[in-house]
Design a protein around this ligand. Structure first.
Ligand code: AMP
Length: 284
């Protein structure tokens, strides 16, 4: 069954009636197979999954694409319906608030911030972005009260920050990181891929290919870090890279001398579109 809540009041009334634990998937809509994989896992784990579709103004900078971010509620709903045919006994509650005041009635008063982690890497390029993310996720958790919430590893820094928030604030929600769903070309699926021309989509292959190459050079051994770094330094001559880094997978530090697991994080920019991707490598 699929139920749509267009207001917070409707959402809270539905949530009140629930007597079992639920899973939760927060999104900004314009769904693709990556988002659906998160919902699929939530429906595997619970009888009822809550799924939010909300383009959160707080996580967009002043010159970013908030206004032109694709809003495709009808298509999103049919994708969810189509997944639900595999789960005839289960329920999805879609929370699709019609305006930001539904989510943030007291608007500017509260901000949730995970300092340090939020200012690094992507946070340096998009100041305030992660505060916008943690503020909305905290708020949504408070409304939905999920047992588990599912996030894509596609936004790796976001995942680490939300995990840290849940730990620091002792939230009763378990944070689950889900694998990146990719196009056949290797390009990580993203709502922003539709901004790309066919030619740019071809060019975009370089992102995943480069991450795989670095993974190959590392070969699961910290001995090869210098060699990987030399390769990265060469790659970075291409000015389309916003960054390409190997960081500790737990704390995102660039000092990886004692790391057991690292994350290779890259952002490649084509026109105005910034493509994010990453890979995890465990040392043995
Ligand atoms: P968004 O709608 O872009 O805010 O994304 C909502 C959730 O879907 C986030 O947890 C993302 O990390 C996740 N997500 C986005 N793209 C992918 C992908 N290609 N594979 C897996 N998860 C994804």
């Amino acid at each position: 069954m699929l139920i749509i809540a267009r207001t917070t009041e409707e959402l809270l009334n539905l949530r009140k009636k629930e007597n079992k634990d639920i899973g939760f998937v927060p999104t900004m809509g314009n769904l693709h197979a990556g988002h659906i994989s998160l919902l699929d896992q939530a429906l595997n784990d619970f009888d009822t999954a809550y799924f939010s579709i909300f383009v959160n103004p707080k996580q967009f900078g002043p010159n970013e694409d908030f206004n032109r971010y694709p809003r495709t509620l009808e298509q999103d709903i049919s994708q969810i319906e189509s997944l639900l045919t595999q789960y005839p006994q289960k329920t999805v509650v879609v929370y699709a608030p019609q305006n930001p005041e539904e989510v943030f009635p007291t608007n500017e008063r509260q901000t949730v911030s995970v300092t340090n982690l939020s200012e690094k890497i992507e946070g340096k390029i998009r100041p305030g972005h992660f505060d916008g993310v943690t503020t909305v996720v905290y708020r949504l958790f408070d409304l939905v009260k999920p047992k588990r919430a599912y996030f894509g590893l596609k936004d790796y820094q976001q995942y680490v920050i939300i995990k840290q928030m849940a730990k620091d604030l002792n939230l009763p929600t378990e944070i689950i990181g889900m694998p990146i769903v990719r196009e056949k070309s290797g390009l990580a699926m993203s709502s922003r891929n539709q901004y790309l021309t066919e030619e740019q989509k071809e060019e975009a292959r370089i992102l995943y290919r480069t991450l795989k190459k670095i993974e190959e050079i590392l070969g699961k051994s910290p001995r090869n870090i210098q060699q990987a770094q030399d390769y990265i330094n060469k790659v970075l001559f291409d000015p389309n890279w916003n960054y390409l880094l190997i960081v500790d997978a737990e704390n995102l530090s660039e000092d990886i001398s004692a790391s057991k697991k690292v994350s290779i994080l890259g952002v490649y920019q084509l026109g105005k579109t910034r493509l994010l991707d990453n890979l995890q490598v465990e040392f043995i």
